[in-house]
Ligand binder design. Structure first.
Ligand code: GUN
Length: 285
């Protein structure tokens, strides 16, 4: 019998914690603010941004949305980011990706002050994750670590396999599992013996972007299976894992929807709170 790892329940617990901490800061005269920049009309991005804004409202975090035209120039966008970097009431800055093709994501991400980079995409923060001395972690891997902790799933000594090597999920995921003393393998499109490697995994994280890519024969009996995917088959939302068949072998598994997805926004709220605390010299006890 498998345990369903409920992202709605766990994200609600994280948000409750953040909400309480925001209220304590407010009582000390410290507000928490997040600026969200969106360029163009990408429908998925618009939904993500609306959800981020809604979460801010629920938690007492001020959200400022900057919806810019698709033909915004790099110079204009950099000017806005510089203004937000200087603005004391803005603790976190997030520029929704992907950006329109004429804008260089690397240049834009590098322009965000590392202290306000709540996505943890800036090379400064990426480097800090590498050495295990970080304030911000990209929201999806952070959310997965929170799920493992909540479920009491020990990482130390476990064989951890991450499928996918993106800068946003796969690579930082591998580092976080390594920091918890997991033995980590990151697989990708050129990996030769994917099936054999996945079959060894005690903890298997699928961040491939291909519907139902992970099949039951790739999963060890009793493995913990984390599905980062968000795909559609004939309009139906599904993950990177063939849930119906894999669940019978797993000891614990995340569903799609209702798994990793809700955690991402909760961890963004957590990072925004952390930014506000750091900028106001509030230490964690
Ligand atoms: N686009 C898809 N996911 C993300 C994310 O986590 N942050 C930003 N800024 N853009 C995204």
């Amino acid at each position: 019998m498998y345990k369903l790892i409920d992202g709605k329940e766990i994200s609600a617990a994280v948000k409750e914690r953040v909400k309480n901490e925001v209220a304590i800061l407010n009582s000390k005269g410290i507000s928490v603010g997040l600026a969200v920049i969106i360029v163009g009309e990408d429908p998925a991005s618009k939904i993500y941004v609306a959800n981020k804004k809604k979460a801010c409202e629920q938690l007492g975090i001020r959200s400022m949305e900057y919806a810019l035209d698709a033909d915004t120039t790099e110079e204009e966008l950099l000017e806005l980011i510089n203004t937000l970097n200087e603005e004391k009431s803005v603790n976190g800055i997030l520029c929704q990706l992907p950006l329109p093709k004429h804008l260089d994501e690397k240049i834009i991400i590098n322009a965000i002050s590392p202290e306000k980079d709540v996505d943890a995409f800036h090379p400064h923060n990426v480097g800090r994750i590498m050495i295990g001395d970080y304030d911000f972690v990209p929201c999806t891997p952070a959310g997965i670590m929170e799920m493992l902790k909540y479920e009491g799933i020990e990482v130390e000594g476990k064989t951890c396999v991450v499928i996918g090597r993106s800068n946003i999920v796969g690579k930082p995921m591998g580092m976080l599992l390594l920091h918890k003393n997991g033995t980590v393998t990151i697989c990708h499109s050129r990996t030769k013996n994917l099936l054999e490697i996945c079959r060894e995994a005690d903890i298997l994280v699928a961040a491939v972007g291909k519907a139902e890519f992970v099949t039951a024969d790739m999963v060890k009996e009793g493995a913990v299976v984390i599905d980062v995917g968000m795909n559609r088959i004939d309009g139906r939302l599904c993950g990177d894992v063939d849930f119906e068949n894999v669940k019978e072998k797993a000891s614990a598994i995340t569903p799609v929807p209702g798994g990793v997805g809700p955690m991402t926004i909760a961890m963004l709220m957590q990072n925004t709170l952390t930014a506000a605390k750091r900028q106001n010299g509030v230490c964690d006890e």
